[in-house]
Design a protein around this ligand. Structure first.
Ligand SMILES: Nc1ncnc2c1ncn2[C@@H]1O[C@H](COP(=O)(O)OP(=O)(O)OP(=O)(O)O)[C@@H](O)[C@H]1O
Ligand SMILES: [Mg+2]
Length: 312
């Protein structure tokens, strides 16, 4: 048997010619293995970036939700009590008003009349219930936002694969990004019947958020339209996010999922939204497709299996 140095010395000058079929096969196999390792490494890198971004958004959402939740809780409950007290006061007031004729001609009657005019009692009686209703609306909205933040970040659940309703995730995400969208586009939901799917809900919410914000940013007209559709095809569920914005130039279509690819102005976009979304969808054994025409609009389709294929 040759020693290693012997064999290297004897094969080094014209290695290609001396390689046996088996050695070529072995090299090809090693090369394939390296390629796979490389792909796994870049996957791991994607995941790391994605989980860092998710973690910071999740923490922020969780912190805000927690801080607001307590005060809004007691404001809401005090408000209910205040409404009841006001009802009682109004009842008392109308009893006084009914008793007023009995005081006619007395100095107290004149004082009461002057005071009634000064405080504009009739206006107050109309305006107080209106103010109360408006404020209650506002508080209810804040409570819903906090709930949405909690749903979005799923702070109360661990990062575990669960069966979840995508419509719920899409709707709470829509509430979160509403501010970014509402001045630019109308949003239409055309939800089909879809089963719960095996997923990490907060990560998928991140995908929907990216697609919705991108759609809103693409709107160039005075006001645009964003349509969210869902449906099933075989064992997969799909979610379409379609806009009638500026579209994506052909030469950019192949690059939009690349990390840091952005056509937005410096400081406006990091170019990470779609690459993170791509990683998340892949982790869910799904796929993300894009159909776009410049000047007409863009449709992203996220397709996800209802259940993961057998891990083997
Ligand atoms: N709906 C869309 N319509 C038109 N162009 C789009 C749309 N979605 C994505 N793009 C293009 O793809 C690019 C990459 O999108 P991506 O979400 O990855 O990054 P970004 O939006 O630029 O920045 P951010 O990291 O803030 O999301 C965008 O800059 C834009 O050129
Ligand atoms: Mg984006």
């Amino acid at each position: 048997m040759n020693t290693i140095s012997n064999s290297v010395a004897s094969t080094a000058p014209d290695m290609g010619d001396n390689l046996t079929g088996d050695q070529v096969k072995e090299l090809l196999r090693a090369n394939e293995e390296l390629k796979q390792l490389n792909a796994r490494l870049s996957d791991a890198q994607d995941k790391l970036m994605q989980s860092e971004k998710l973690a910071s958004i999740g923490q922020l959402a969780a912190g805000v939700a927690h801080e607001i939740n307590n005060p809004i809780g007691f404001i809401f409950s005090n408000f209910g009590t205040l409404e009841r007290y006001l009802d009682d006061l109004f009842q008392m007031l109308s009893a006084y008003e009914q008793a007023e004729p009995a005081l006619a001609g007395t100095p107290v009657a004149a004082q009461l009349k002057a005071l009634r005019e000064k405080v504009e009692l009739d206006f107050l009686k109309e305006d107080i219930p209106t103010l109360m209703n408006e404020s209650k609306d506002g508080i209810t909205r804040v409570r819903n936002i906090v709930q949405n933040l909690k749903d979005f970040s799923r702070v109360d659940t661990s990062q575990e694969w669960v069966l979840a309703d995508l419509h719920h995730g899409i709707s709470s995400t829509l509430n979160i990004v509403n501010n970014e969208i509402k001045y630019k586009a109308d949003v239409v939901k055309e939800f089909g019947e879809i089963p719960d799917i095996e997923c990490l809900p907060s990560e998928l919410n991140q995908v929907f958020m990216n697609l919705l914000v991108n759609a809103a940013h693409s709107i160039q007209a005075e006001r645009g339209l964003i349509t969210i559709r869902t449906g099933t095809e075989g064992d997969t569920v799909w979610v379409d996010v379609e806009d009638n914005g500026g579209g994506i130039a052909k030469e950019n279509l192949g690059r939009i999922f690349d990390p840091f690819f952005t056509t937005k102005a410096v400081g406006k976009g990091t170019g990470l939204g779609l690459s993170l979304s791509y990683g998340i969808v892949k982790k869910h054994f799904g796929q993300i497709d894009v159909f776009s025409e410049v000047g007409v609009g863009t449709r992203f389709r996220v397709s996800l299996p209802v259940q993961h294929p057998n891990e083997d």
